[in-house]
Design a protein around this ligand. Structure first.
Ligand code: PMP
Length: 417
């Protein structure tokens, strides 16, 4: 690669696009890919991507440690995935009905994910979680859902973290508990008094802006026991972590099987697809609800998913993401130590989370993120990052060359800690 840190980075095309966007797109941009709240060194618009790298519209190159907030797990434009998509597009995508690859994909997921006996498909993680709750309600006849306080399960009215535009009724069926605290789940269940349809939980705590927290296996087992006791469905939200921790489901290694799981992001390496996976006893309830979408049956994303999930295991992707994640984490820790800056890294190394100690208003992490962008590395100041299987040791070392300067900038502005 070209080390890009010393290249003077222009932003003229990006600035012109932002000006035009402000005229025709509310706020100029919205949602999680908006650069509005990021330091000014971040570009808003990108022109192309390949493997572990992305290029903004002004031609500046970056090591991509966000992977589009997770979807790009094998690296951008992975050859096997692109070939599968091209082959499918050559014959049809949005057709009069689904293509054979839908069945192939369902078979592959059922074979791969230990708790799954069937699969349904949609487009987004928000869809997938909402469908899980609908199936749980149809199966149990109950209404309430227990969710961890602060957990992100999507932007549907029942779950969006910002309450503007949402009615109290949209949230009325949700009771909150604390992640890894079984007593708080028991209390929420008692409060819902015999009306619990589902307990929804993430494989580990990955709330933006907070330290990550791995699941206590006893908590996961406790949730399973509670759901069995009260007749509720256990829903695992795999949207963010799915296939980054394990090829057979994030809780396979601790031996706890959910009844339903929601997937999206990484399952098709960037193509738009979500999946709901479920166990056999819930198949009838799943077939009894009405959910659909004009583009849910598109064949190309399903072909992409078959190729992605196949390549993940063939490439031992989880092991390679873990190894690069550890290399990155160790490098960052050593740099912070020698810069005299206190940091706290948490969660699985494949999904790195870095916090500056004492950084209540995220000022240090904003400075750090901006310096990384200026030096050719895309990270996020308040959200976990993502490692892809395309990231090589050299990529990690290139990224570390930039983060070293970013730590020095933090030290210079805020002093040591
Ligand atoms: N659940 C989790 C854990 C997520 O991280 C996200 C997306 N960040 C969602 C659900 C929602 O997915 P989507 O944005 O595809 O609707």
């Amino acid at each position: 690669m070209t080390r890009v840190a010393n290249v003077s980075r222009t932003r003229e095309i990006d600035a012109a696009l932002r000006r035009r966007a402000r005229e025709v797109i509310p706020g100029g941009m919205y949602g999680h890919l908006s650069a509005n709240n990021l330091p000014e060194e971040y570009p808003q618009f990108y022109a192309r991507s390949e493997g572990s790298r992305v290029w903004d519209v002004d031609g500046n190159e970056y090591v991509d440690l966000m992977c589009s907030f997770g979807p790009v797990i094998l690296g951008h434009r992975h050859p096997a995935v692109e070939a599968a998509v091209s082959a499918q597009l050559a014959t049809g995508d949005t057709q009069a009905g689904p293509a054979p690859c839908m069945v192939e994909l369902a078979e592959l997921l059922v074979e791969r994910v230990s708790h799954a006996d069937w699969a349904m498909f949609a487009k987004n993680g928000s869809d997938a979680n909402t469908i899980c709750l609908m199936i749980a309600r149809a199966a149990t006849g109950n209404n309430k859902v227990l969710a961890a306080r602060g957990a992100y399960h999507g932007s549907a009215p029942w779950s969006t973290p910002v309450v503007r535009g949402v009615t109290p009724e949209d949230r009325a069926s949700v009771q909150y508990y604390t992640f890894n605290d079984l007593a708080s789940v028991e209390a929420a269940a008692a409060h819902a008094a015999g009306d619990v349809a589902a307990v929804i939980v993430s494989p580990f705590k990955h709330d933006a802006g907070f330290d990550q927290e791995l699941v206590d296996p006893a908590f996961a087992r406790g949730l399973r026991g509670l759901c069995d006791r009260i007749g509720a469905a256990l829903v695992l939200d795999e949207v963010r972590a799915g296939f980054r921790l394990n090829h057979g489901g994030s809780w396979e290694t601790i031996g706890v099987e959910p009844d339903l799981s929601a997937w999206s992001k990484a399952i098709a390496n960037g193509y738009a697809l979500a999946a709901v996976l479920g166990s056999a006893p819930l198949a009838e309830a799943a077939s009894s609800i009405f959910v659909t979408g004009s583009f849910w049956y598109q064949a190309a994303p399903m072909a992409a998913a078959v190729a992605t999930i196949t390549a993940l295991r063939e490439q031992s992707a989880v092991a390679s993401m873990l190894q690069r994640g550890i290399r990155l984490r160790e490098g960052l820790q050593a740099q912070a130590r020698s810069a005299g800056v206190a940091i706290c890294q948490t969660g699985p190394p494949q999904m790195p989370n870095l916090r500056f100690v004492g950084d209540e208003n995220f000022e240090r992490s904003r400075l750090f993120g901006g310096a990384c962008a200026a030096g050719g590395v895309i990270v996020h100041p308040r959200h976990n990052w993502f490692v892809s299987a395309a990231l090589s040791d050299d990529d990690v070392d290139d990224a570390l060359a930039t983060t070293e300067m970013a730590f020095a900038a933090v030290r210079e502005q805020f002093g040591g800690s």
